[in-house]
Design a protein around this ligand. Structure first.
Ligand SMILES: CC(C)(COP(=O)(O)OP(=O)(O)OC[C@H]1O[C@@H](n2cnc3c(N)ncnc32)[C@H](O)[C@@H]1OP(=O)(O)O)[C@@H](O)C(=O)NCCC(=O)NCCS
Length: 157
């Protein structure tokens, strides 16, 4: 299977949002994705040769730090390195732009994402207790950051 890393465009949004609906505990609406395109956020897509969306990642630059707002890989394509690729993509973008770091927040129970981020050098900054409100259980958010290094400009995707 050939998978390409592309800039997300409006024509992709229905497919991206359908995938996000399957993956995320709090899925985004199409208009939320649209807003990120409008803001010229870093909206990226992994798509195979049949037009199937394999994964997506959206990050927004705030001052000198990229916030990874959402990332997901379709279940049938997980554990094949695509999540790593999407996160590496924004790290490289930050390095090329001489930005300081990449920041994200993740549910404390999300073992796959936490493992991925730690593997990629993210460190916990702090815990936001009860940040995700989903009665009857609230869940903590782990806020993580990775400092960008000069070498990250050479990340090969
Ligand atoms: C988190 C997510 C993006 C990872 O995508 P992925 O393509 O499966 O990740 P990769 O194949 O690149 O995995 C890289 C490494 O992350 C870790 N990892 C990924 N999934 C894991 C799992 N289920 N359990 C433990 N470690 C895991 C492993 O260290 C893995 O390396 P390995 O396969 O060599 O052991 C994917 O699980 C996903 O879309 N989850 C649902 C949406 C989500 O939670 N997004 C994050 C919100 S903050």
């Amino acid at each position: 299977m050939r998978v390409s890393l592309l800039n997300m465009e409006e024509k992709h949004l229905e497919r991206v949002s359908a995938l996000d609906f399957k993956l995320a505990q709090r899925p985004w609406s199409v208009s939320m994705f649209k807003e990120e395109l409008r803001l010229r956020s870093f909206c990226r897509l992994l798509m195979n040769e049949y037009g199937v969306v394999v994964g997506y990642g959206i990050s927004r630059l705030q001052v000198d730090e990229w916030h990874l707002l959402t990332v997901g890989v379709a279940r049938e394509f997980q554990r094949q390195g695509y999540g790593f690729q999407l996160v590496a993509d924004v790290i490289r973008k930050a390095a090329l732009g001489y930005n300081r770091s990449v920041l994200l927040e993740v549910r404390a129970s999300n073992v796959s994402a936490l493992t991925l981020y730690k593997k990629m050098g993210f460190e916990t900054l702090y815990i936001r207790e009860g940040y995700y409100k989903a009665p009857p259980l609230a869940e903590d958010a782990v806020v993580m950051s990775r400092r960008v290094q000069e070498n990250d400009r050479k990340i090969f995707l």
